[in-house]
Structures are given as structure tokens and as C-alpha cells.
Design a protein around this ligand. Structure first.
Ligand code: ADP
Ligand code: MG
Ligand code: MG
Length: 210
């Protein structure tokens, strides 16, 4: 069972890398509006390193994802690289190495990730960062789990909330990170980190639906 669960983690890492590859130019373009334009290539470096590390290890789901998280943080560079390391390692800690990932594990892991990102980066909801997609995503997972949804259904609906929330960051002025000095320029454009987070959540939702 633990081998099988690690296979699910590796499949998710593959989907993340493929999703970033398919959107690398768009993410760079969005980041160039008010930031430094490197969000696509940074996420691509991180996702690729995570997939490589996750594929190299022969362990359960938690250890596999923890190695991938460390590799992402190490190789991606940029603010978002460190934050993705926090998100993935938080999920890894909840998965553990025994058995298959459950909705309860993933819900707790994503909630820990949101807390960890806010502790690390000090951004709050409304600051126009990936927190604006991550917090609604975590809250929706919890709500859907409480309502008795199964994992694919709960995840898919939460990913839709994350995508809506990421889109809505277009109306916000950035208060954190590199975009802050160019705040007005970013009006009308979503936050790149919120957008990439929603893309990843959506793609994993499609994987879970099978
Ligand atoms: P960098 O800004 O170092 O070039 P990236 O371009 O890869 O890194 O990532 C930029 C994204 O990182 C932003 O769009 C935002 O979502 C996220 N970000 C930046 N600073 C913070 C922060 N303090 N807390 C949460 N997210 C942040
Ligand atoms: Mg950048
Ligand atoms: Mg940068």
C-alpha cells in the first residue's frame, strides 16, 4: 500500500511539472507586469527538481513528497520556491509513509501549509500573493470534507474556489514581495503566485478524478 501511495505522489509531481511547463511563458509574462518576470522559470526549476527527487527515492508517500519539497526549495530560487517548499513539506508531514493519502490528511496538510506560508512570508489574505489562493483553497477543502464529499469531489470544488480567488487578485494592489513598488502597474493582472497555485490545484484535481 505504501508503494502505491508513493506512486500517487510521483504522479502528482509529474502533473505539477507538466502544468508548469505548459504555462511557463504566461507565468513569466504575468510576473513581468509588476515583478521581475522569473516566476515561470523559477516554478519550472522547482517542479522539475521535485519530480526528479521524488522519482529517485524508494519510500512511502510522506518521505517521497518531503524529498521533493526539499529539492523544490533548494533549486527553484525566488520567494515562491521557498514557499512551495513549505507547502509541500507540510502536506508530506501529514501523509506519512503508511497507507494511501486520505482527504483528511490532505486537508490538514494544506491547512498547515497555509499557516506555514503566512508564518514564513508574513503575508495575509488581501496582500496580493499566493496566500490569496491558498487560504480559500484550504478553507474549501475543510468545508467540503466536513460536508462529506469524497477526495476527488472535495479537491475539484476547492480548486475551482482557488481559481476564482486567484482571478480576483487582479483587482488588488500588492502589499508584499517584488511587485509592491510597482503596485499600480499590477492592477488588472492577477498575482502570478496565486495563478500558478490555482493551475496546480486544478491539474491535481483532474489527476484525482482519474
Ligand atoms: P520572486 O518574487 O522572488 O521573483 P517569484 O517570481 O517566483 O519570486 O514568485 C513571486 C510570487 O511569490 C508572488 O506572485 C507571490 O504570489 C509570492 N510571494 C512573494 N512574496 C510573498 C510573501 N511574503 N508571502 C507569500 N507569497 C509571496
Ligand atoms: Mg519573480
Ligand atoms: Mg526573482
Amino acid at each position: 500500500a505504501s508503494r502505491e501511495a508513493a506512486g500517487v505522489v510521483r504522479a502528482a509531481l509529474g502533473v505539477i511539472a507538466a502544468t508548469i511547463d505548459a504555462n511557463v511563458d504566461e507565468l513569466g509574462r504575468i510576473d513581468a507586469v509588476a515583478g521581475d518576470g522569473d516566476h515561470g522559470i523559477g516554478m519550472q526549476r522547482g517542479a522539475k527538481a521535485a519530480l526528479t527527487a521524488g522519482t529517485a527515492v524508494d519510500a512511502g508517500a510522506g518521505t517521497t513528497l518531503a524529498r521533493a519539497a526539499a529539492a523544490w526549495a533548494d533549486k527553484a530560487g525566488g520567494t515562491s520556491g521557498a514557499l512551495w517548499g513549505v507547502i509541500l513539506s507540510s502536506v508530506a508531514n501529514r501523509l506519512g509513509d503508511n497507507g494511501k493519502p486520505t482527504l483528511a490528511d490532505l486537508t490538514a496538510g494544506v491547512a498547515d501549509g497555509a499557516k506555514g506560508v503566512m508564518d514564513y512570508g508574513k503575508a495575509e489574505v488581501g496582500d496580493k500573493t499566493l496566500v490569496d489562493a491558498l487560504v480559500p483553497f484550504a478553507e474549501a477543502l475543510q468545508r467540503n470534507a466536513d460536508a462529506g464529499a469524497d477526495l476527488p469531489t472535495a479537491w475539484k470544488a476547492a480548486a475551482e474556489d482557488a481559481a476564482r480567488a486567484a482571478k480576483a487578485t487582479a483587482d488588488l494592489l500588492p502589499r508584499m514581495g517584488r511587485a509592491r513598488p510597482h503596485a499600480e502597474k499590477s492592477l488588472g493582472t492577477p498575482d502570478p503566485g496565486a495563478h500558478s497555485l490555482a493551475l496546480i490545484a486544478t491539474a491535481i484535481g483532474e489527476l484525482l478524478e482519474g
